[in-house]
Design a protein around this ligand. Structure first.
Ligand SMILES: NC(=O)c1ccc[n+]([C@@H]2O[C@H](COP(=O)([O-])OP(=O)(O)OC[C@H]3O[C@@H](n4cnc5c(N)ncnc54)[C@H](O)[C@@H]3O)[C@@H](O)[C@H]2O)c1
Length: 419
């Protein structure tokens, strides 16, 4: 039976058109869906999913359902739900959805519990809120759980911490760690969609501005390169010497946040870390500075500390709050410090989510087909599956590559041949 707690079922027609639009850019997922429809590898399995409720996620849900899974979906962030997509998933695709854009923390967790009520054999998470709720408040369900998958860097870090403490009671596949995920989704997806979120919220001109990128990981480097490509002067802040060195050799200025604050027009955090921009930084920023976060949780900007040095706050545009500081300057916080690309824009383009969600679908199939259960640890997808996704994507893009000759294979696997 399809159950739901969504904003408005009447939004379904709009959502359906957008889901179909995304589907046209997700050929790998579509191909997997076709096969799943024939083979039904997930038949009889209950799957609890906690993902951003976007058009791309909708196409993943359709695929898992085609594979026979019984699914319940909730949001992995209170601000990222696309209400029309939620409506269409329920009405047109018969999938249970519990997600409303702008839901408060209490409703957010109520929805996670409603999804867990399905009694999952598999969990599919983005940020590990579902798995941590399962382990803290719904332990009675754990016996039934075969395994889970995790979409993002921050979730993988949380799960590895649980495994290290011996607290993880089921195996989890770190989908984020597949090459066909983080090389593309984190870099090109976050890179482009973060700019999209900033521009939609502010109509700001990137060219000629100074953009400060905090964190030069997969997401940060994607953003830095794209902002530079649009004519920004990019400054990178880091805490890791190797990443900082890479940023410097990629041609960016690297300095501590404390120094960058007086130069930046736009600040973006993509670190997965806490309180990266703090009151001591906000206070030194230029009048009119724009600050946002594209890391998973809304902890990267110290907004509590900011409020303590603020005289007044007003919303000046959707997703833009103007903080008038006690020093007389005003600065702008986008999307309440939540993922700007998902809150103020639509998240990653479907083309890139095609590979991330191919990983999710094939990970689910891999997990239910395993002969021997995995240890209660964080695992990666077998390289064979990762490579298969890359090959499918290339094929569907019409790109061919060379093959190793027999002689090359021998050369590359031998240690005897030298000059
Ligand atoms: N917005 C999105 O749609 C989206 C997509 C994918 C990942 N994410 C999230 O973005 C965050 C980053 O992901 P990633 O894959 O780039 O991770 P990553 O581990 O590759 O990179 C994070 C970088 O931040 C640096 N860092 C940590 N603390 C810092 C600090 N105080 N100041 C400056 N740099 C600091 C680290 O040294 C590292 O280089 C995670 O929270 C991840 O879950 C968001």
């Amino acid at each position: 039976m399809t159950e739901c707690d969504i904003k408005n079922i009447k939004l379904a027609p709009e959502g359906k058109k957008r889901i179909e639009w995304a589907d046209a850019h997700m050929p790998v997922v579509a191909k997997i869906r076709e096969r799943f429809g024939r083979e039904k590898p997930l038949k009889g399995y209950n799957l609890a999913a906690c993902l951003h409720v976007t058009t791309e996620t909708a196409n993943l849900m359709r695929t898992l359902k085609a594979g026979g899974a019984n699914i319940a979906l909730c949001a992995s962030n209170p601000l990222s739900t696309q209400d029309d997509v939620a409506a269409s998933l329920v009405k047109d695709f018969g999938i249970s959805v519990f997600a409303i854009n702008g839901e408060n923390n209490k409703t957010y967790y109520k929805h996670i519990h409603q999804v867990l009520d399905i009694g999952p054999h598999l969990t599919m998470d983005d940020g590990a809120d579902l798995v941590s709720t399962l382990h803290s408040n719904r332990r009675e369900l754990l016996d039934n759980v075969i395994a889970g998958t995790e979409e993002t860097t921050t979730g993988v870090i949380r799960l590895r911490a649980m495994a290290k403490d011996g607290a993880l009671a089921c195996p989890v596949i770190a989908v984020n760690d597949s090459k066909t995920k983080h090389f593309f989704d984190n870099r090109y997806g976050t890179g482009q969609s973060t700019i999209d979120g900033i521009v939609r919220a502010t109509n700001f001109l990137i060219a000629g501005s100074t953009v400060v990128v905090a964190g030069y990981g997969w997401c940060g480097r994607g953003l830095a390169v794209r902002a530079a490509g649009m004519g920004a002067h990019v400054i990178v802040t880091e805490v890791d010497h190797v990443k900082a060195l890479e940023a410097a050799m990629d041609g960016f200025r690297v300095m501590p946040m404390n120094k960058a604050v007086s130069e930046g027009d736009v600040f973006v955090t993509l670190t997965g870390d806490i309180n990266v921009i703090r009151p001591e930084h906000f206070i030194k920023m230029k009048d009119g500075a724009i600050i946002c976060n594209s890391g998973h949780f809304d902890v990267e900007l110290d907004l509590k500390g900011l409020k303590e040095i603020t005289r007044s706050i007003r919303t000046v545009r959707p997703y833009v709050e103007e903080y008038r500081l006690m020093n007389g300057r005003k600065i702008h916080i986008l999307a309440e410090g939540r993922l700007v690309n998902l809150a103020a824009a639509e998240g990653h383009p479907a083309v890139v989510m095609d590979m991330s969600f191919a990983n999710q679908a094939l990970a689910a199939e891999y997990l239910v087909k395993l002969k021997k259960p995995l240890d209660n640890k964080v695992h990666v997808i077998p390289e064979k599956i990762d490579n298969r996704i890359a090959k499918m994507k290339l094929d569907l893009m019409g790109i061919k590559i060379d093959r190793l000759t027999a002689e090359q294979k021998e050369y590359l696997s031998s240690w005897e041949m030298g000059t």
